[in-house]
Ligand binder design. Sequence first.
Ligand SMILES: [Zn+2]
Length: 285
Amino acid sequence: MPELPEVENLKRSLEPLIVGARVHAVRLYRRDIVQFHEPGLQGNSIYDQLLLGQRIASLARRGKQLAIIAEDGSTLCIQLGMSGQLRYLRHRQRLGQNDHVHCVWQLSRQATRARLVFRDPRRFGHLTAFASFTELESSQWAALGPEAITIRSHILRQRLQRTRRAIKSALLDQHVIAGIGNIYADEALFTAHIHPASPADRLAHDSSQRLAKSIRSILQRAILSGGSTIRDYTDALGQNGSFASEHRVYGRSGQLCVRCTSHLVSQFIGQRSTVFCPHCQQLLA
Ligand SMILES: [Zn+2]
């Protein structure tokens, strides 16, 4: 958490609010959340790297990562980790929970003053500064697998055939496919009738078609519902997503399978809690 649909919603909610705004002040409360892509960048002020004085030109998303791109090209990549939030606050608007705020950008656009706040209670998130967007794309983002939201079945099969790991673990590996986390991996495997412990390289032509289609459709539906709010996720304005009410396996261990009424079970696969139906999700062999 948050996964591709949540980060996409965050991007869509932020775009009309911050694109075109100028960053006229930055407050950084925890220096260790900022990383530099190039050692050379460290010579510049950390505040320059946090886009101080820049006008925000655009936003971009790749997998679960978000980039804020300034007019001069300098780019800040944001990884929300487990619990990171980016919140947009209008002038004098307060954050409900003021704790764990690590960075605040003061923004102005025409006569509007506002703040962008990065908050992260569990501190797995971080910000990485790049001299240009191209540099982010050719390094950190080039290491990611193809985008889950548009994954084609033959590409998915090619990627999964390289590993004997459990298919659930392979789907969580951002180098294999980008954007899927624990929630959407469990949901997609359920929809595709595939047991999460199946070796990834056993995925045949028909099951890879089912799985690719399930991944695309679940992520698209989750985006339309504003994502899944389990604990901390909200969009830029603090709105929760409603897709959690449509989860069919995630968070439903012990409850009845909506397809066959067997009891759903929970098992650790690759150290991640995994919920599935032992009756209607087949182990690929
Ligand atoms: Zn079932």
